[in-house]
Design a protein around this ligand. Structure first.
Ligand SMILES: C[S@@+](CC[C@H](N)C(=O)[O-])C[C@H]1O[C@@H](n2cnc3c(N)ncnc32)[C@H](O)[C@@H]1O
Length: 353
């Protein structure tokens, strides 16, 4: 018997239940739209009536119409605004315009995210949580191909991350920046090109370090961007740094690893140096957190609770010997928060290194 039944009003109870089911409905709708290439059809032929779509995609007439209406409710389709025109014509709605390019092809990140999502959710969840062995997605990536795929995801979404960081801080007075797990160098190259005083060191695993070296040489910034190969779980970080950046790194790891990384950052920093954390916060991004945390359930390299709320980062930083200077929360242009903290003279607890 569940004693506490007063958390929700009756309407809120219905809404909450339906919201859970609607999440799954949205996923199936997204897949069907992709499989049937509806965006491509609308791009080629412009707004179409339900009958025209039904014929073009070989759909069952009544089921097809229900599907089109469901897509409207989801925001994937909308009726073309021409009241004089009957029957109604459908065109791409705000979500379809957001996830698909104008040529009708889905953006790489969203397409590949959906592939990953499908692979993970194809397993029987009950069996998975009881320990069913499933083919693993290794993290960190092991082969060059796996590293290339991860870094392609990151490159595809790097510009909005850099813009978020640049809205939160200036790099004035910073000459030595360490980009821990700095991807294929995309962000470091941008910084070097934009801030002439800055020398950036990228620390990354050998495969990603190899990709970064190639990009640095192509961009002609090898005099100010260098790469150090290493595994941050075992190796120390380069020393004498003014700003240590963790961009989209700590949300891959549980708290105990993050604490160890902040300890290493503290040691890498010159006195008064700062650490910058750019991550989606669990409390600002509940849907993103549920999507990723459920994807990770079958994959054992991902620890428990990798998406963390602000309070966790605040605690980890304080315990790691940092004073928080600034927190810039998610805004309408970014899912990420930026936290900047200063290295204090001493750490509260030494922590594992
Ligand atoms: C999600 S990507 C973020 C890349 C980049 N910081 C950005 O924001 O675009 C995570 C990065 O962590 C690196 N990484 C993962 N495990 C690592 C480890 N044990 N040691 C060093 N780097 C690691 C990966 O190679 C990858 O470049």
């Amino acid at each position: 018997m569940i004693a506490e039944r007063r958390d929700f009003s009756r309407a809120e109870r219905e809404d909450s239940y339906c919201r859970l089911l609607a999440g799954a409905s949205g996923w199936r709708a997204l897949e069907s739209v992709m499989e049937l290439r509806l965006p491509e059809l609308l791009t080629k032929r412009g707004p179409l009536t339900a009958d025209e779509i039904v014929v073009a995609l070989s759909l069952h007439p009544q089921r097809g119409r229900k599907w089109l209406l469901a897509l409207c409710h989801l925001g994937l389709l909308e009726e073309a605004l021409d009241p004089g025109l009957l029957p109604a014509r459908y065109r791409a709605g705000p979500m379809m315009r957001a996830f698909w390019h104008e040529d009708g092809a889905m953006g790489f990140f969203y397409r590949d995210f959906l592939r990953f999502w499908r692979t993970s959710h194809a397993f029987d969840l009950v069996q998975v949580i009881r320990g069913l062995p499933v083919p693993q997605v290794p993290y960190p990536p092991e082969s060059l191909e796996e590293a290339q795929l991860l870094e392609q995801w990151m490159r595809d979404t790097a510009s909005e991350t850099v813009e978020t960081i640049e809205r939160a801080i200036t790099f004035e007075g910073i000459e030595r920046l360490l980009d821990v797990a700095g991807g294929d160098g995309t962000m470091a190259i941008h910084y070097a090109q934009r801030y002439p005083q800055l020398h950036v060191t990228i620390f990354n695993l050998p495969n990603s370090a190899y990709l970064a070296r190639q990009n640095i040489s192509r961009a002609g910034v090898a005099d100010r961007v260098s790469v150090v190969e290493g595994d941050f779980r075992h190796d120390p970080l380069p020393q004498g740094i003014q700003l240590v950046q963790f961009s989209r790194v700590l949300a891959d790891w549980p708290e105990e690893v993050c604490q160890m990384l902040l300890t290493k950052a503290w040691q890498a920093l010159a006195p008064g140096g700062r650490v910058l954390i750019c991550e989606p916060l669990a409390d600002d991004n509940p849907d993103l957190t549920v999507a990723w945390e459920t994807i990770y359930i079958p994959y054992d390299d991902f620890g428990v609770g990798v998406y963390k709320p602000l309070a966790s980062y605040e605690r980890l930083l304080t315990q790691g010997g940092f004073k928080i200077l600034q927190v810039t929360r998610k805004d309408r242009d970014s899912t990420h928060a930026v936290i900047v903290a200063q290295r204090l003279g001493q750490r509260d607890s030494p922590g594992p290194i």
